[in-house]
Design a protein around this ligand. Structure first.
Ligand code: SAH
Length: 253
């Protein structure tokens, strides 16, 4: 009998941000398939399991191994950091099954994605409509990425930029956003949210590039919309209450 695949979001790093469902699924699984670094994220949960790791660009290999193991009857955990739908293993695994007419039992287990984890560290920058854009041009052409950046900037979405490691592309993206937003627009740069050596920086569209050295494989950036401001060191994107209410009156009445 075929087994089951759990496609698991392990959260941003700190085990305290794991979900209970994720812990249950790990317990049930006898095989764990993960990118080497993500296996680290769950290393305390691997005892007694067959662990299959693969390098970054081997997502299809990981999907294949997971499906084959499930077909052999195993319960397989496929690990993504954050949430598995957000630039993670969920869609490659489902696509591989679909393209090969395989239908094994799959459960996608959501996790705290980097944008939400980083935003919580910054304050509340995602409290209005926001766009999530990956600046990785491995699978999507750079022109297409920059087109989306432009449309998100034009639409005044708060913008979370995943995979900002390609610096020339990042600089272009920030230049495009700057065409639509003032230089003082707050920008959050978060390195290793909920992991060792976490760094949280609040800067702005004029000065963000002073922090280029903070941008690596585990950095995410959040650019505010036209109304985002900084107070008490926190990035705040208003939900719009002030169009109807007055916070000072509301507090004092
Ligand atoms: N599935 C993951 C995203 C994978 S793409 C999720 O939902 O979070 C990898 C990118 O995610 C990194 O380049 C970085 O931009 C971001 N990222 C992942 N974990 C992070 C963390 N702990 N702190 C900051 N950014 C992180």
């Amino acid at each position: 009998m075929a087994g089951k695949i759990y496609i698991i979001g392990a959260g941003p790093g700190d085990p305290k941000n794991r979900t209970l469902r994720m812990l249950e699924a790990m317990k049930e699984s006898d095989v764990v398939v993960a990118y080497t670094t993500y296996a680290e994220l769950v290393k305390d949960l691997l005892d007694g399991k067959e662990v299959i790791t693969a390098r970054m660009k081997e997502e299809l290999l990981r999907a294949k191994v997971a499906i084959k193991k499930a077909l052999e009857g195993h319960t397989v955990a496929v690990i993504s950091s954050g949430d598995p739908q957000v630039y993670g293993m969920a869609s490659p695994t489902l696509e591989m099954m679909c393209a090969n007419n395989i239908n094994v039992d799959v459960e996608i287990i959501p996790g705290v994605t980097a944008a939400l984890a980083a935003a919580a560290k910054l304050g509340s920058p995602l409290s209005m409509d926001f766009a999530v854009i990956s600046l990785s041009d491995l699978l999507v052409p750079a022109d297409e990425i920059l087109y989306r950046v432009r449309k998100a900037a034009e639409g005044d979405f708060v913008i979370a930029l995943y995979n900002p490691i390609n610096k020339p592309l990042l600089i272009k993206a920030m230049e495009i956003i700057s065409e639509y937003r003032k230089a003082e627009t707050p920008v959050g740069i978060i390195k290793s949210a909920y992991r060792d050596n976490e760094e949280v920086i609040v800067t702005n569209l004029k000065e963000w590039n002073n922090f280029m050295d903070k941008i690596n494989m585990i950095t995410i950036m959040i650019v505010g919309n036209s109304k985002t401001y900084v107070c008490n060191g926190k990035m705040i994107t208003p939900r719009g209450y002030t169009s109807r209410y007055d916070y000072v009156n509301a507090f004092n009445s």
